[in-house]
Each structure stands twice: as structure tokens, then as C-alpha cells.
Design a protein around this ligand. Structure first.
Ligand code: COA
Length: 167
């Protein structure tokens, strides 16, 4: 039987409980999941590529089904990365209607670039769908409580980052 491999790409700056909920759902859809931490995202991430990937690895370590998950960083086109890793599916989480236009555009462009690779959208869970890494960083920077948006480990990394920035 062929292995169904999915790639879940993102900036993960940093990984949140929203991303984790998509990862758990994705494991029900694919046999093997590659979490692809992107260098080229059009955003200016706070954490380096290595730091973002390391945080994802730390989150995955205790996950049920972790043996089916691999964390990799990539640069360049997502579809090329997926093809090199023999993945047939791109996983994206959809939070609200507002995500749809951007995600639909990206899925369509990726399909044009590589027609054998299909995007599968998974709805974000109702308890996490409002979370955004951008706001998590802003709240952390301003000293707010982010404990319900990220794991204690990620919270620690964020606190360290902003403590050093304001030293
Ligand atoms: N629940 C809550 N929030 C979620 C979530 C969920 N389930 N899933 C994602 N989010 C949030 C993130 O926190 C993030 O918030 P932010 O915008 O405030 O930072 C946002 O949704 C989306 O981030 P993320 O999931 O990390 O994806 P991204 O949009 O940053 O990733 C890439 C974009 C990496 C997929 C895209 O830039 C890419 O493919 N780059 C490679 C180059 C390429 O091939 N380009 C051509 C594309 S057509």
C-alpha cells in the first residue's frame, strides 16, 4: 500500500496551540506528516529558521503519533519541497472566512506549479481559530498572558526573546 504523505507548511513564528490542533487533525488524514518550516514566507520572523524548527520539534516530541511526524526546514518553492519529499498533499488550516481568499489563491497557484500536489484544508478548531502568531508576539511583547495560546515551552522562548530585546 502506498504511503500518503502530507506537508504542513508555515512560518511557525512561533508554533501555537492552533497549529498543534491542525497537526493532530492532519494525522488522521495522512500516514506521514512533514511539518515544513519556511524560510521564504514574505514575513519578517522574530525567530530564526533554526529556532522556529527547534520549537516545533519540542512541541511534537510528546505528541501522540509523533513517530509519523517529521520536522524539516525548507527554502524555495513549497511545491518543489513537497515533490522532493514524495508528498501528495499540502495541509493548510482555515481559521475564518477571511483566510479563504489568500489560501485559495495559494492553493490554486501551487496546483498550477505542480498538478499532482493537492491542498487539503482543515478547519481550525472552534477553541483556537482566533489565534494568530502575530498577536501572540504582540501580547507577549506587551507583557500580557499568552498561556492559552502557546505551550509553556514556547511561552518561555518568547519571554526570553522580549526580555533580551528590551535589555
Ligand atoms: N489556528 C489558529 N491560528 C492558526 C492556525 C490554526 N489552526 N493555523 C495557522 N494559524 C495562524 C498563524 O499563527 C499565522 O498567524 P500570523 O499571520 O499572525 O503570523 C497565520 O495563521 C498563518 O501562518 P502559518 O500557518 O504559519 O502560515 P504562513 O501563511 O505564514 O505560511 C507559507 C506561508 C510558508 C505556506 C508560504 O509562504 C510558502 O509556501 N512559502 C514558500 C514559497 C512558496 O512556495 N511561495 C509560493 C506560494 S503560492
Amino acid at each position: 500500500m502506498s504511503v500518503r504523505t502530507g506537508v504542513y507548511p508555515g512560518t511557525f513564528d512561533p508554533i501555537t496551540v492552533g497549529h498543534m490542533s491542525i497537526i493532530k487533525r492532519a494525522l488522521a488524514v495522512v500516514d506521514k506528516l512533514i511539518i515544513a518550516v519556511a524560510l521564504d514566507t514574505g514575513k519578517a520572523p522574530v525567530f530564526t529558521l533554526d529556532q522556529r524548527a527547534a520549537m516545533v520539534r519540542e512541541e511534537i516530541a510528546s505528541l501522540r503519533g509523533a513517530e509519523r511526524v517529521e520536522v524539516k526546514s525548507f527554502s524555495g518553492l513549497l511545491v518543489n519541497f513537497a515533490a522532493e519529499n514524495n508528498a501528495q498533499i499540502l495541509i493548510r488550516g482555515l481559521r475564518a472566512v477571511s483566510d479563504f481568499e489568500y489560501e485559495f489563491q495559494m492553493a490554486s497557484m501551487n496546483r498550477r506549479l505542480h498538478k499532482e500536489i493537492t491542498t487539503v484544508f482543515l478547519p481550525a478548531s472552534e477553541t483556537t481559530q482566533f489565534i494568530s502568531s502575530r498577536f501572540v508576539k504582540q501580547i507577549s511583547k506587551l507583557g500580557g498572558d499568552i498561556s492559552s495560546f502557546v505551550s509553556p515551552n514556547v511561552e518561555k522562548h518568547l519571554r526570553k526573546y522580549f526580555d533580551e530585546e528590551f535589555k
